[in-house]
Design a protein around this ligand. Structure first.
Ligand SMILES: [Fe+2]
Ligand SMILES: [Fe+2]
Length: 192
């Protein structure tokens, strides 16, 4: 169910409209190349916008979980994952600003929906929070994997820096997913 909600908001972002110690390159841009034409610009803008929205939503989910479980024994674990999400969001904030891409108009929805999703699942206890984490992190990892495939098929050389960012984030999302599983998410996932 959590995954369905998360995917729905990601899809909605598509319809409306990637720490991280990054290597500095000699190129004129830091992460995203200057688009060659309107088609490439649309593709890159859409990717940046939806990735930013996903990281924003993830931050709100962890904020909601911390509001409920911050003082519990699980608090430090959630905080650790949230800190990584903050770095992801910061990176995409920089990428959007550098490329003059507007964030999605759905950020206010993400703000509330993400927090409510995080807090309400955390009210089920540590297992509920971890089940939410597993579902959300799985969907965002799949999302990043599909972007990696698309960019690799188009021109891996041209998108080297962007691919590096997305792969690093994808790896960290998978770690969050595995952390959830290691902390009893499955006891709740069985019932979802
Ligand atoms: Fe993230
Ligand atoms: Fe994550």
């Amino acid at each position: 169910m959590f995954k369905v909600v998360f995917v729905m908001v990601l899809e909605a972002n598509y319809s409306l409209c990637t720490t991280v110690p990054l290597q500095l390159s000699s190129r004129a841009y830091s992460v995203v190349p200057t688009p060659r034409d309107s088609g490439e610009k649309d593709m890159l803008d859409r990717m940046m916008r939806v990735d930013h929205a996903g990281e924003y939503g993830a931050n709100r989910i962890y904020a909601g979980q911390m509001a409920v479980l911050g003082r519990s024994r699980t608090g430090p674990l959630i905080q650790q994952m949230w800190d990584q999400e903050k770095k992801h969001l910061q990176k995409f904030n920089e990428i959007l600003a550098e490329n003059r891409v507007r964030p999605t108009a759905l950020l206010p929805l993400w703000n509330i929906a993400g927090f409510v999703l995080g807090a309400s699942t955390a009210l089920l206890g540590k297992e509920g929070a971890m089940a939410c984490t597993v579902a959300v992190e799985e969907s965002i990892s799949e999302h990043y994997n599909s972007q990696i495939r698309a960019l690799m098929e188009k021109d891996p050389e041209r998108y080297t820096e962007l691919l590096q960012v997305i792969k690093e984030f994808r790896d960290e999302e998978m770690e969050h997913h595995d952390t959830g599983l290691e902390h009893d998410a499955e006891t709740v996932l069985t019932y979802i």
